[in-house]
Design a protein around this ligand. Sequence first.
Ligand SMILES: [Zn+2]
Length: 188
Amino acid sequence: MILTHLHADHVGWNTREVDGEWVPTFPSARYLTSRIEREFWATYDMEEARKQMFRDSVIPVEEAGLLDLVDVPAEGVEIAPGLHLLPTPGHTPGHIAVELTSQGETALITGDCIHHPVQFAHPSIGACVDIDPEQSEASRRKLLGSLADTETLVLGTHFAPPTAGRVITDENAYRLAPVPAAPQTVSQ
Ligand SMILES: [Zn+2]
């Protein structure tokens, strides 16, 4: 399990409630997030709803010994063959994007460093929940620049359909060239 960051909508189903207690949903899995991310929230002055989210969705995983804190250097880190974590801070301090390479093809899961395809054309547009808007913009520009005009398939975590596509240079910025899902074959 890779947690791109520790916002409420990205830790759901880490755990499930059993007899009034929150237990890891996947007790045989390792849960990974960046060390910077976990350490940031450890000292954050949380409002009650966020405290509750940590109590039900993060701390039970830690207490079960299943949460691995990963040091993510600027160039990224390979955590398994073909699976890289890329630092994309700003939305949260330890935010990571996830790059998957298999059989010569690469895909990139954005997490929340990009929320909407409009940010391809206007990377300066941030999300109101970005903790550091300037750093978020810098991460977005760097990531989009690295993906532009490559074959990497971008999977936008919060994008409405089409959620997948390639980054194309367009004037002074970029645009998303959607890649439709392969048609499903229905067996009769
Ligand atoms: Zn978020």
